[in-house]
Design a protein around this ligand. Structure first.
Ligand code: PGA
Length: 243
């Protein structure tokens, strides 16, 4: 298939290669600027990416001591200590294993009494940090980025969102049952994501084929949130097991 957008498309031979290519981009960035503001994602797709980052840190190739991070999203109503929370995921896959300073780690809080206020504060913190230098993204089968579900306006910052039923179904493997999957999340908005200086999007596996095809079509529509990325000047898509 021909290149259809300004994106840089990189086809990886397999999942491990995709993870390595993405990790190398982030590591190179950190080597050039130790104070990089990282935008981080959760989910099944980036697990290999985090393994690579931890391995590089343990091998002495990279340090996170001066870096800052902001995660894309968190479930509403899930305690950070809960194994299904994205706070827990990040500790487990990255933060417990590298030299990031706890004060430099930021995730949206899903258990605040005033979530709208927490969302506005999170957005302000990202701006105060000078915006994200390099943002990692996965993609939902329905095209969501972060938890911006289809229909989300492109011009909103961090906000509370109702999860699509298909998202709750896709994520129920991380919970005891579908009833336990939260109905809402707090997420960076598409506006927040587009304010990042560089974006790296990972797409892996047959369940993402339709999303991959829609992204390739280059049609920009709020019905397909990832299509907003066509409005960004520096997006690298690393994909595997989709055609
Ligand atoms: P996944 O989720 O990596 O677990 O497939 C990606 C997403 O929903 O953004």
């Amino acid at each position: 298939m021909n290149v259809v957008t300004n994106f840089k498309w990189i086809e990886a031979a397999n999942y491990d290669e995709m993870s390595k290519i993405a990790a190398t981009i982030f590591i190179d960035h950190l080597k050039k600027n130790s104070e990089t503001v990282l935008g981080l994602a959760t989910g099944g797709t980036p697990e290999g990416f985090y393994k690579e980052l931890v391995a590089a840190y343990k091998a002495g190739e990279v340090s996170f001591a001066q870096a800052k991070s902001f995660n894309l999203d968190e479930y509403v109503g899930i305690d950070p200590a809960n194994e299904s929370s994205y706070h827990y995921y990040m500790d487990h896959h990255l933060f417990n294993h590298v030299d990031m300073k706890r004060d430099n780690i930021n995730l949206p809080a899903g258990i605040q009494s005033n979530l709208e206020k927490a969302a506005a504060e999170y957005e302000a913190m990202i701006k105060a940090a000078g915006n994200i230098d390099i943002q990692l993204l996965g993609i939902g089968g329905n095209g969501h980025i972060g938890f911006n579900e289809p229909g989300t306006p492109f011009d909103v910052g961090t906000h509370i969102i109702e999860l699509a039923q298909s998202t709750r179904e896709a994520n129920k493997v991380y919970f005891d049952s579908i009833e336990d999957v939260p109905t809402h999340a707090i997420t960076m908005g598409i506006k927040t994501i587009l304010s990042s200086k560089k974006i790296v999007l990972l797409i892996a596996g047959a369940s993402k084929q339709e999303a991959f095809d829609r992204l390739r079509s280059r049609i920009v529509t709020e019905d397909f949130p990832a299509s907003a990325l066509h409005n960004h000047p520096d997006v690298t898509v690393i994909y595997t097991d989709v055609k």
